[in-house]
Ligand binder design. Sequence first.
Ligand SMILES: [Zn+2]
Length: 294
Amino acid sequence: MTCNPNWREILENLLPLQQPSDKPDICARIFNIKKEYLIDLIVKQKFFGEVAAYVYVIEFQKKGLPHVYILVTLKQNYKLTTVDIIDKYISAEILDPQQNSRLHEIVMKHMIHGPCGDWCLINGKCSKQFPKAFMDETIMDEDAYPSYCRRNTGRTFERPGKFVVDNRYVVPYCSKLSMIFNYHINVEIVSSIKSVKYLYKYTYIIWDEAPMAPCYALEIVDRTLRDLTGKNLPFSGKVIVLGGGFRQLLPIKAHSTRSENVNLLIKFSLIWKCFIKFSLIKNMRVFFRRNRFS
Ligand SMILES: [Zn+2]
């Protein structure tokens, strides 16, 4: 879920002539309330069924708005494993405006990919693989995300800027959640461990801004790599490069004491002794054009 700077709760709290970008504190607070509500809906109110575990990460776009990634694991009997159940929760089509004009508007405004730009194009191709292929029905793939139903109805819709789209451009969403939150909430099913398996392929893993992570995050990566590969070596023998400075942002635990916060540092992780420290002594920013670093 991404923060919508035009949420009524944000606009109502601005002074005359202020823009949402002038008040990142208000945006962050409103976003946090919405995020808490979304988690409450999923975990306590069991929106998708009984939850076994969940984890979330909040990111801020550079100088910008917050967004949250939430990974929910459902209990065995509640897993969304059939096409019918997936279709009940997830859509990837543009609804007829006559059927539900509000949802149509929300999807057209917030759940359409494109036009592609620098942020998604790699060698001239969309890295998110849009436009997707038309699909007559949802298909489960054993080892990947399901391919959601995107029928070729022959209908197209126009977005501002004369960008004409059909069902191939829709980012999968959940109708009910989109209606409640009125913004970009991408909902997808992960039916395999492919998202974790990709860690196999790499010999090197570079972890930027590592001091922001709590020590147990480092230990979880270590343990996961050992489990996945069956090699009982630190990080299963892969080279891990941690980047960052301990004089920048550090992990914070809410309502904790100073020593609890200090103990959260990756420096106090059991695995820290495996790392070798290198200091960066050359100011590389001086040597490059400034706009290469944002
Ligand atoms: Zn794209």
